[in-house]
Design a protein around this ligand. Sequence first.
Ligand code: NAD
Length: 500
Amino acid sequence: MNEMTSPQTAALGGHDNRSRGAVPITVAYGDGIGPEIMEASLRVLTAAGADIAVEQIEIGEKVYLAGQSAGIDPSAWDSLRRTKVFYKAPITTPQGGGFKSLNVTVRKSLGLFANVRPCTAYAPFVATKHPGMDVVVIRENEEDLYAGIEHRQTDEVVQCLKLISRPGCEKIVRYAFEYAKAHGRKKVTCFTKDNIMKLTDGLFHKVFDEIAVDYPDIEAEHWIVDIGAAKLADTPEAFDVVVMPNLYGDVLSDVAAQIAGSVGLAPSANIGLEGAMFEAIHGSAPRRADQDLANPSGLLLAGVMMLVHIGQPKVAEKVHNAWLRTIEDGLHTYDIHAEGVSKEKLGTAAFADAVIARLGQQPTRLAPVRYDASGQGFKLPTVTPKPPAKKELVGIDVFVHWRGEDVEILAETMKKGENGAYSLAMITNRGVKVWPQGLPETFCTDHWRCRFMAGPNKQFNKAMVVEMLHKLTKAGVDFVKTEHLFTFDGEPGYSLGQGQ
Ligand code: NAD
């Protein structure tokens, strides 16, 4: 680990609160192992001299079971909005439907667009197959399939909307490059699947290429996420900062944390323009609760990130170095304990005591960390909206619930919606073209997409859409949704059917 590029923290784009006295932070003790590891972490931070004023809120299982489907009491938002800094222990999401993810709600409500997850190996003190690993995964946190917009449309088909926006891509990609610059990191890698999702992942990749140009000193590369993930799991040493859309980031940051040594060690910062949330990446491990067993390191290192964010880098440095020294001294909780490497197996509270006893000490074999004395974060990215493109309606996709087998019959029915200006151009089933000239082998469900296109130089407008739907209703068509097909400055804003 390089002193100047301490992966755990350094500037995250935080605020400078040094002159304002004790910094108010909102703290939630969470469920399962949460209260034990939060108590241990706060004890270490306070012993190191963290100047924080804790406001405690209740979140998680109890709140869910009391009838708040988001797991957070409305009054808790007052504290979060006031302090803008949330130090959060893991919570248990009750089994069964009707409960919304608290994490997703907090991230999206507070606009925490960047999820920063440093994944570092501590070899030889924590077993890992990748001793040189030092990767920071930067995950987009607000968009993608996490918009939570899902529908059942037919007997057989459900859908989830994948939403990717240009401002969303610009914020996260610029954040990744600024993070790399502030930490003296050499390379930013982007993972997408834009060979398949040409518009959504394609936009992420395109914005990455555009923004990379502004950082000539940082190497920029793109991998298709499948082979990129394989390479990350196999040779993590080849990566430095990796930025990706929400879902891939969710999966791959856990993989990266696990192969670095243990999910129990990895912290996570959720950064927004207004606020930030700091937590461990692991969950509430209910089976380990109330036994003084759990490793508080993930949450403690998240606390280190928080201290840098609130402008107390020297306290952060003291805690982090004491923690590295504790790990190096072989004082380990059960999850990372190994015969021959560890000296003593400690419980949660004793581990915290061991870190406190080492405050002021440096590690001697692991590289000590050093944090920017100013505590000032780098400037967070803002987005300047682009001027609107010339948008023209050129067609419409009508999605139909239909249980028949002979697609010619469906085509004949749909043609009843045509007028002289537009006509039925294609029918697909699960994205594969089945009319005209489909293959008999294609498996079809009861969910059909019927594409109407305006002819060359013919106009298509919203009034015609309404008229078409009126005609289709009369023809007995069970349409379940429509999507308008636009061009933007002449470029199609829709994908072709597979086989089209
Ligand atoms: P988990 O991360 O809680 O636990 C998986 C296993 O990892 C545990 O059984 C334990 O062996 C080990 N482990 C995790 N953290 C550890 C620690 N600090 N010290 C030692 N060992 C540790 O994942 P799970 O069992 O899938 O989820 C349990 C609950 O946590 C679920 O209700 C889930 O929804 C929730 N969860 C919450 C968060 C969060 O609040 N951020 C994140 C993930 C999961």
